[in-house]
Design a protein around this ligand. Sequence first.
Ligand code: XMP
Ligand code: MG
Length: 178
Amino acid sequence: MHNDIQEILYTEEQIQDKIRELGEKISSEYAGRNPLVICVLKGAYMFMADLTKRITIPIEVDFMAISSYGQSTKSSGVVKILKDLDVPVEGRDVIIAEDIVDSGLTLSYLIDVLERRNAKSVSVVALFDKPAGRKVDLQADYIGFTLPDAFVVGYGLDYAEKYRNLPYIGILKPEVYA
Ligand code: XMP
Ligand code: MG
């Protein structure tokens, strides 16, 4: 598995340091509230687990699974909810935890859904951002790392469902795609 990686962009330690910072920031900005942190499955599962450990205020967690139709490495913007939230978001402060923002289409769809359900507030924490891929005007409220416009795997992110369990984020060797 490690042999398939061309370059490690951020190590496990760098990721954990960044997540600690994000957790501290969210904890202070949401002090006195009880936000619902929503994990967007599957890609954000690892980030969700590590981030919520670094949030020091009371929170609740929930999970949503979505799929976007189209090619496997590009978002089409047509999003389908495979698993919905267990709890209503009406009147709640909601924080969406995402692995990566690329075109922004998935998140803009999700934000729209949550706002139509009358969430009190909706913010986004994304561990990775690929601004070069953006198709809609969308900026996450909290961002871990800005990445170059390459397809990345590891730390929850997959290629054909593999590599999610790498503890770091890296670029796949081109021959793996072939
Ligand atoms: P959009 O384009 O809607 O996409 O912002 C967000 C979702 O697309 C996936 N994605 C990636 N997955 N390596 C991956 O493994 C990548 O480089 C990559 N770029 C986008 C991801 O599921 C994300 O939630
Ligand atoms: Mg995802």
